[in-house]
Design a protein around this ligand. Structure first.
Ligand code: BTN
Length: 240
């Protein structure tokens, strides 16, 4: 519904944060290039000119702050569905928010929120998709890739952006009306994490075990070798 376009910006998430209080639910910020793109856990995100989709969506849902993790998952399934529509390939979600194709990352999501005890002021969903990018720094080559490098087809970024946003609008409305239950089966179907032995660095500490499912809240359920089941709300997962 609402659309703004900046050519070069430090980070669309930073810009979103500046304007978030004064714009409506569903505002989208898209940049052609970011000079200080940010990733999760304080990492930086390479956002070269003209080859990817660097965008942030400002949402103002009437949900509890602890449910914000569901919005990241909505974004993740929307990207997977859009890649399916445009490229006809199946990508997967490394819980909670990396999009993986052929074992390498094509998209990352950085969700940031401003909230009070039981109310969200706004949530910023930052989505970075490596679309037509064809060179990555040596140290990233084993881990990061682009849709072009994996599929050999270059697409109009507008087409993929529109598909991501249309899917996000659809799943966001479905989620607000029907709850996470509606989204959960898709998150499970598209997960590359479930069924694998993993190590998670979470707030609770380091946890090793088998990822068994995603629960009704969107948390990852991990079974430790002692047979204990733990629900993890957020963390950095590595597949063993
Ligand atoms: C990650 O995988 O660590 C998350 C990467 C998120 C990158 C996107 S690009 C658009 C938005 N603006 C940013 O500075 N970061 C996100």
């Amino acid at each position: 519904k609402y659309y703004m376009h900046k050519l070069v910006i430090d980070s669309t998430n930073n810009f979103a944060k500046e304007i978030a209080s004064n714009v409506p639910d569903g505002t989208v910020i898209i940049a052609e290039e970011q000079t200080a793109g940010r990733g999760r856990l304080g990492r930086s995100w390479i956002s070269q000119k003209g080859c990817g989709i660097w965008m942030s969506i400002i949402l103002k849902p009437n949900i509890q702050p602890k449910e914000a993790i569901n919005l990241t998952q909505l974004a993740a399934i929307s990207v997977v569905k859009a890649i399916e529509e445009v490229f006809h390939v199946e990508s997967k979600i490394k819980w909670p928010n990396d999009i993986i194709l052929n074992n390498k990352k094509v998209c990352g999501i950085l969700t940031e929120m401003s909230s009070e005890i039981d109310k969200i002021n706004y949530v910023i969903i930052g989505i970075g998709v490596n679309v037509n990018c064809d060179n990555f720094p040596e140290e990233l080559k084993g881990k990061a890739t682009s849709l072009y490098l994996e599929t050999n087809s270059k697409v109009d970024r507008k087409k993929l952006t529109a598909s991501i946003l249309n899917n996000l609008e659809f799943y966001y409305n479905a989620y607000l009306q029907k709850g996470f239950e509606y989204i959960r089966p898709i998150c499970i179907e598209k997960s590359i994490t479930i069924g694998r032995q993993i190590k998670v660095i979470a707030n609770e500490g380091e946890i090793e075990g088998k990822a068994v499912t995603i629960d009704n809240n969107g948390s990852l359920v991990v079974e430790t070798k002692e047979g204990k089941r733990l629900s993890i709300m957020s963390g950095d997962v590595s597949v063993r």
